[in-house]
Design a protein around this ligand. Structure first.
Ligand SMILES: Cc1cc2nc3c(=O)[nH]c(=O)nc-3n(C[C@H](O)[C@H](O)[C@H](O)COP(=O)(O)O)c2cc1C
Length: 200
């Protein structure tokens, strides 16, 4: 097994680009992920899942509050990916210049996107370096001006078409995240999500 080849093959399993927003004690934040998938085939029990690294500010906000909003983005939303996915909310207010409004869970909903899913955390799984959040979708909507029109931005589309001046920074951030994950991925802890009913 050649690690680099395996990693390239695994890239086929990345998801569309999503913006994940969260909120704790009045502070909103947002980040970018390409690890979001549908996690239920039951139309009346819609669910999503997403892996979020523990070094991200959003991780702590979502873990502490059990709430997040997942937004599918359009192929024309590169600037938003750069704004939310290249710097941390620990360093600056990333949502200040991004039009948004509070959703039904009190978490910021971005005005512009392809569609959004407001989620309450139903369960979690520890991977050592990240947490996989399983979310019950409690509300759905679409972008204010466009509705669910345009084309959803996939991870492959982002990687192939990102402005060239961002590429070196993207590669450096990815390499740093890989180093963080390499040190921690074998230390998986059992985690019982606090809102689960006690086993009978
Ligand atoms: C294309 C792309 C995909 C990303 N995918 C993920 C992901 O799946 N999980 C994750 O934890 N971070 C992912 N990131 C990195 C976070 O978006 C980034 O670390 C962000 O700055 C976190 O912000 P925060 O510290 O304010 O939460 C991705 C970034 C980009 C640009």
């Amino acid at each position: 097994m050649r690690p680099d080849e395996t990693y390239q093959l695994l890239r086929n399993l990345t998801s569309p680009i999503v913006a994940i927003t969260c909120e704790r004690a009045g502070k909103g934040n947002g980040m970018i992920s390409d690890s979001a998938v549908r996690a239920s085939i039951v139309p009346t029990i819609p669910r999503v899942s997403v892996y979020i690294h523990k070094f991200n500010f959003s991780h702590d906000l979502i873990f502490d509050t059990g709430r997040f909003v997942m937004h599918l983005l359009r192929t024309d939303q590169f600037e938003l990916v750069h704004r939310l996915g290249f710097t941390s909310g620990r360093e600056r207010d990333k949502l200040g210049a991004v039009p948004h409004h509070p959703g039904t869970l009190g978490v910021p909903v971005l005005d512009e996107c392809y569609a959004h899913f407001e989620c309450r955390v139903a369960n979690v799984m520890d991977t050592g370096s990240s947490t996989c959040f399983l979310g019950d979708v409690v509300e759905v909507g679409h972008g204010a001006s466009s509705g669910a029109t345009g084309t959803v931005m996939t991870a492959a589309y982002f990687r192939e078409n990102m402005p060239p001046q961002w590429r070196a920074e993207y590669e450096a951030l990815l390499a740093a995240a890989q180093r963080f994950a390499a040190e921690r991925s074998r230390h998986i802890k059992p985690v019982i999500w606090r809102d689960l009913p006690a086993p009978k």
